[in-house]
Design a protein around this ligand. Structure first.
Ligand SMILES: Nc1nc2c(c(=O)[nH]1)N[C@H]1C(S)=C(S)[C@@H](COP(=O)(O)O)O[C@H]1N2
Ligand SMILES: [Mo]
Length: 326
C-alpha cells in the first residue's frame, strides 16, 4: 500500500487506493501511533538520522541536541542530495554549480554585523556566534519555490536569541539579511540574474518566531559552502529563497526591505512568500512538490502543505489576505 507521511509523522494512506478494510486498519494503526506518542517518534527520528549521517565526515562536527518539538518526522534527505542539488546563484545558476564552485568561498575569518534600529549594534565572529546560545538540531522540510523539497537536519538556534542580545528599538519593524557579494570568491556575482548582494527580509515578529533558525550546521557538522557557510537563516514555512545564505549583515529597519527576488520579478516573488498551495506561481502550480530522492519515474508527487506544514506560524498572518500578500 502506498503511504504518505503527514506533517507530524503519522503515516496516512492515499484514500483513493485502499479498501475499506485497509482504511479501518490504518485508523487502528493511527490510534496506536497516537498512543505511543512522542517517545516512539523520537526513536524513529534518531534511526532515520543515523542513516543520513553515515555519509558525512568532511566538515568539523557540531554537537547539538535534537529539538523534537521543532523537528519533522520525514526521513532526512541524503547528504549527497542536500549538498549537490543547490540554489546559490552567487556560484552559478545550475543546481550542480554551487557544489562545484563554492570551494573558493573563504568562511574563516567571518563576521556578521548587526546594525540599524538596535540599542546594542555589534559585530560577531564565528566563535561568538557558535556560543551565543545552545546549539539545537532541527529537522526541517525545505520547499523551494520551483516545486521541489528536501528534509534537512540543520544545526543552530532560534534567531530570536540573537535578536534579544542586540535589543531592537521600537522602530525596528523589519529585519534585513545581507549575503556576502564578493566577485573574487563568488563567480556568479556580477551576473545579471539578480541584483547583488542577495538580500532577504522578514517582519520583526516573523523573525522572532522560534522556528526561524540561525543556522551554523547541518547533518551534525558545520555547513558546507554550497549550503551557505558559515552562517545562514532557515525559515521552514517560507519558500527556500527567503532563507539567505552566507550572511554578513543583519539590519533592523523601519521599512519593508527590498529583497533580491522581489526586485527581479515582483509579480512572481512577494515579500512574504509563505509556502501556500492555494496561491500559484504565475507560471506554475504550487499545489504539489517533488521530494528530492523520491524522483523515480513512478514516484508520486507530494501535496504541498499550507505554511509547508508549520501551522504554528498561522497566527502571524491572522487577518491578512495571503493571496494579496503572497
Ligand atoms: N545568498 C543566497 N541565498 C540563497 C540562495 C541564493 O541564490 N543566494 N538561494 C535560495 C534558494 S532559491 C533556496 S531553495 C535555498 C536552497 O538552500 P540549500 O541549497 O541549502 O538547500 O537557498 C536560498 N538562499
Ligand atoms: Mo528555491
Amino acid at each position: 500500500m502506498l503511504i504518505q507521511r503527514s506533517p507530524n509523522g503519522i503515516e496516512l494512506p492515499f484514500s483513493s487506493e485502499i479498501t475499506p478494510r485497509a482504511v479501518f486498519e490504518s485508523r487502528r494503526e493511527f490510534i496506536k501511533q497516537m498512543a505511543l506518542g512522542t517517545m516512539a517518534g523520537g526513536a524513529l527520528l534518531a534511526m532515520a538520522q543515523r542513516e543520513a549521517f553515515a555519509q558525512t565526515g568532511e566538515h568539523p562536527k557540531l554537537a547539538a541536541k535534537l529539538n523534537p518539538a521543532y523537528s519533522s518526522m520525514d526521513k532526512p534527505s541524503a547528504y549527497k542530495d542536500a549538498t549537490t542539488y543547490n540554489n546559490f546563484y552567487e556560484f552559478g545558476t545550475d543546481k550542480s554549480d554551487p557544489a562545484q564552485n563554492a570551494a573558493t568561498l573563504k568562511t574563516r575569518p567571518w563576521t556578521v554585523t548587526i546594525e540599524g534600529e538596535v540599542k546594542k549594534p555589534m559585530t560577531l565572529d564565528m566563535d561568538a556566534l557558535l556560543k551565543l546560545a545552545p546549539l539545537e538540531e532541527r529537522v526541517y522540510r525545505l520547499r523551494c519555490v520551483e516545486g521541489w523539497s528536501m528534509v534537512i537536519p540543520w544545526v543552530g538556534y532560534s534567531l530570536s536569541e540573537l535578536i534579544k542580545k542586540v535589543e531592537p528599538t521600537g522602530n525596528a519593524k523589519y529585519v534585513e539579511f545581507v549575503s556576502l557579494a564578493d566577485k573574487k570568491q563568488m563567480p556568479g556575482v556580477g551576473s545579471r540574474v539578480l541584483t547583488w548582494p542577495y538580500v532577504e527580509g522578514l517582519r520583526i515578529d516573523e523573525a522572532n518566531h522560534p522556528l526561524a533558525l540561525l543556522t551554523l550546521g547541518m547533518y551534525g557538522e558545520t555547513l558546507p559552502n554550497q549550503n551557505g557557510a558559515p552562517v545562514r537563516i532557515v525559515l521552514p514555512w517560507k519558500y527556500g529563497f527567503k532563507s539567505a545564505k552566507s550572511i554578513v549583515k543583519i539590519r533592523f529597519v523601519k521599512e519593508q526591505p527590498r529583497t533580491a527576488w522581489n526586485v527581479s520579478a515582483p509579480s512572481e516573488y512577494g515579500f512574504y512568500s509563505n509556502v501556500n498551495p492555494n496561491v500559484d506561481h504565475p507560471r506554475w502550480s504550487q499545489a504539489s512538490e517533488r521530494r528530492i530522492g523520491e524522483d523515480s519515474f513512478f514516484a508520486r508527487k507530494r501535496k504541498t502543505l499550507m505554511f509547508n506544514g508549520y501551522n504554528d506560524v498561522a497566527s502571524l498572518y491572522s487577518g491578512m489576505d495571503l493571496k494579496k500578500f503572497f
